[in-house]
Design a protein around this ligand. Structure first.
Ligand code: PMP
Length: 354
């Protein structure tokens, strides 16, 4: 058995894979999900259910729209300032990693950017907390989970400034108060579904104020108007996301999965802190529950441990090249038994190498 600790695209539940493959063969009257028109009532029902499940699972209040878009979170790096930042105005950003940085780099195409706090000098091993958001900011942008470095934001600012958050790698993994945010975006390929779909949750009242002419495909209002069907949507990604969100609902929703995610993270961090061969790379209070980054006290043992882990069924454990060591990504569908297997392997390896 393989245990998939990959950072994304990543593990989804086996039953979702089975149902999705069934729909490739026969979605409706012998026709594949890949060949039917997105304008059929059956597929319109899929878009409707997917949107409804996002709203239900995250408790999205009224006054917000949920959009099913394309282009990945990376397109949102540009769409956010294009739609929300009037020319000459400033947007405030928290720099907590490579993805935040890529978002920051798009802003000067549309207005001014102010990096109000950064943890770059310590290779993004913590989330800055002492910052204030200038009141005249067009919006404040943060990244709730820093996939590469393994840090996560556990508190968000109370501010009158609109809050925009990239939740690509922890959306649906824990309860969030959507009313604290004005725009949330996430590439689907972690806890939502396969790559190709991007979820945007936007408070309707913040739109239409940029004073800029926006190309239709990049305009949130156009997609709201079109019910996420302005153009041909990523049909298969949406369908599979719907199956996965149904799975999440059947497990008791986000509150239940959050308990499991806490237990999984606790099990691995406990071993990292206990086992003399390993050490965590991030500030303890900012440790992510989705991406757990760790290294070895003796870097020479890293390659042998990775080989040992791979030989014993562990997949996708190698850390990102900018951090090194290991990254265990533990998204919703990863069972706690996979975490226990990894912990056992760390213990066996330590016995051999102490
Ligand atoms: N933001 C975060 C936090 C991510 O983890 C990623 C990808 N792993 C991205 C943005 C980029 O997403 P995409 O590949 O969907 O553009």
């Amino acid at each position: 058995m393989r245990h998939n600790f990959g950072a994304g695209p990543c593990i989804l539940p086996q039953e979702v894979f089975k149902q999705a493959s069934q729909a490739v063969l026969d979605f409706k009257d012998g026709l594949s999900i890949l060949e039917i028109s997105h304008r059929t009532p059956e597929f319109e029902a899929v878009v409707e259910e997917t949107t409804r499940l996002v709203k239900e699972l995250l408790n999205v209040p009224s006054g917000y729209s949920v959009l099913l878009l394309q282009g990945g979170a990376s397109l949102q790096f540009a769409m956010v300032p294009m739609n929300l930042l009037p020319e000459g105005k400033t947007a405030s950003y928290l720099e907590t990693g490579v993805w935040a940085n890529k978002a920051i780099k798009e802003v000067p195409n549309f207005g001014k950017v102010n990096i109000i706090a950064s943890s770059k000098d310590s290779n993004f091993t913590f989330v800055p907390k002492d910052y204030s958001i200038p009141e005249d900011s067009a919006y404040f942008h943060c990244t709730s989970n820093n996939t590469i470095y393994g840090t996560e934001m556990f508190s968000f600012p109370d501010t009158k400034v609109p809050v925009v958050c990239d939740m690509s790698s922890d959306i649906m993994s824990r309860e969030i108060d959507v009313s604290k945010f004005d725009l949330i975006y996430a590439g689907a390929q972690k806890n939502i579904g396969p790559a190709g779909l991007t979820i945007v949750i936007v408070k309707d009242e913040i739109l239409g104020k940029s004073g800029r002419k926006i190309p239709a495909m990049l305009d949130y209002s156009v997609h709201i108007e079109g019910g996420s069907m302005y153009n041909t949507p990523p049909v298969f990604s949406i369908y599979t996301a719907m199956l996965n969100l149904r799975w999440l609902k059947s497990k008791g929703g986000v509150a239940e999965i959050e308990k499991e995610n806490k237990a999984k993270a606790y099990a691995l961090y406990t071993e990292i802190d206990r086992n003399p061969l390993f050490k965590g790379t991030c500030a303890v209070e900012d440790r992510s529950r989705m991406n757990i980054c760790f290294v070895m006290e003796n870097p020479e043992l890293e390659k042998p441990f990775l080989k040992f882990a791979e030989e014993n069924g562990i997949e996708g454990l190698k850390g990102h090249r900018s951090v090194g060591g290991f990254r265990a990504s533990m998204y919703n569908a990863l069972p706690i038994t996979s975490v226990h297997t990894l912990v056992e392997l760390m213990q066996i390896f330590a016995e051999k190498h102490q």
